[in-house]
Design a protein around this ligand. Structure first.
Ligand code: ATR
Length: 281
């Protein structure tokens, strides 16, 4: 009998990850003999960890903070989104060869279309907060989904300028000053937070939304807590909102398919399981 395939999430720290719960749910649902585990690996051990994985029967792994750039660097081949973002969140092992994928771009795009509608990105200008790795995936997804204009606002303006300059895209990408919200929000139809502000343990993102048009939707990629201060303020002002769980689930589904050969469904039942695990159920 086959021992089944293994997959996991490599991070540091990683004990709060919801990925084991999500992938284990899908393994069970599809009757696949396998397991998905959390692998807490310090940065200096990342390369050795990945090198040892084929020996232990791993089909691959997700990669999270702080290893996404290291995963990019050690991949022998890269999919289009990994190349475009400079980050790998999914490794596929084939013998000793390591293939790097990025499913965050598809994940954000699918979540956005599912919760805010297929035209959520293309309705008008989009304001994106942040310019880190998550912002790269989000901006790429927005540009592909037809955003006519993307405005980047980041605490460190230079990083936003570098991001805007590095993306070849049909969308007009401009930079706004962090704090100049009147300018960043004027006429916007979507606001997306990609910064780490609002995560449990960090400062909340306390933004005045007075200058955001009433028709604009507000998305946060933070999922713990599920309703961040930003989303609460937006909801109370009557904006349509999207939390970070959709992106988490939709980046996981294509990764699962790469390792186990079946595309699992993102369902309200799965959302309920994850919401409960976050302590909101
Ligand atoms: P990730 O890969 O998750 O995007 P990151 O590359 O560390 O992580 O980026 C974190 C983002 O949150 C950045 O845009 C960062 O702004 P800076 O580029 O100025 O560092 C933003 N961020 C983190 N703490 C912040 C704070 N206190 N105020 C404003 N922005 C903050």
């Amino acid at each position: 009998m086959s021992a089944g395939k293994l997959a996991g999430v490599i991070g540091w720290p990683v004990h709060h990850s919801l990925s084991p719960l999500m992938h284990s749910h899908w393994l069970k649902e599809h009757g696949i003999a396998g397991a998905y585990v959390a692998l807490p690996i310090a940065p200096e051990n990342f390369g050795r960890c990945v090198a040892a994985m084929p020996l232990m029967g791993f089909a691959g792994a997700n990669v999270t903070v702080p290893h996404k750039e290291a995963a990019f660097a050690l991949s022998a081949s890269l999919d289009e989104d990994a190349r475009a973002t400079g980050a790998v969140n999914t490794l596929v092992l084939d013998g000793d060869a390591v293939h790097g994928h990025n499913t965050d771009v598809r994940g954000f795009a699918a979540a956005l279309a599912e919760s805010l509608g297929a035209d959520a990105a293309s309705r008008g200008p989009v304001t994106v907060l942040g310019a880190g790795g998550a912002a790269r995936a989000v901006v790429l997804a927005l540009a592909r989904a037809g955003a006519p204009e993307i405005r980047l606002a980041n605490r460190t303006r230079k990083r936003a300028e570098a991001l805007a300059a590095s993306l070849v895209s049909a969308a007009r990408i401009g930079v706004r000053d962090w704090g100049d919200w009147g300018n960043a929000f004027e006429g916007a139809e979507l606001l997306v937070n990609t910064t780490s502000l609002g995560m449990r343990g960090k400062d909340p993102l306390d933004l005045p939304l007075d200058d955001l048009p009433q028709t604009a939707a507000v998305a946060d990629i933070v999922y713990n807590p599920l309703e961040t201060r930003l989303l609460k303020t937006a909801r109370e002002r009557g904006h349509a909102t999207m939390d970070g769980l959709g992106m988490l689930m939709h980046q996981a589904a294509p990764a699962f398919a790469l390792w186990f050969g079946v595309t699992p469904k993102v369902t309200p039942g799965l959302r309920e399981i994850l919401t409960k695990a976050l302590g909101n159920g």
